[in-house]
Design a protein around this ligand. Sequence first.
Ligand code: SF4
Length: 108
Amino acid sequence: MDEKRAERIAAISAHCPTLYRKGYLKVTKGRAPPRRAIRIMCLHCCGWERAESSQCTAYGCPLWVYNPWRAEAEADVAPSGASSLNGEANSASQERPSDLGGGDGPGF
Ligand code: SF4
């Protein structure tokens, strides 16, 4: 890993909440599936605030349709029996904190 990238990752990691730090580092090392990288990116993008990410209105963002927190929030208000945007995003709500590298904390 080049020095500049390592420095940047260390800086972000230093400000990343403990709950997400392990997952963030795992993703930066390429040791996590792409959809987990999207979750981490959406959290990072919104100051590590899941609630903020779930309210994302950056409709032009290439990740918007994959933002699991937004899809999860929509599923919460959908009428019962309504289908989600896609199964992939919907499955995010069923993952445990340990799936993102956390494991001790309030959970997702
Ligand atoms: S979808 Fe929204 S929260 Fe996710 S990376 Fe794009 S702008 Fe950020």
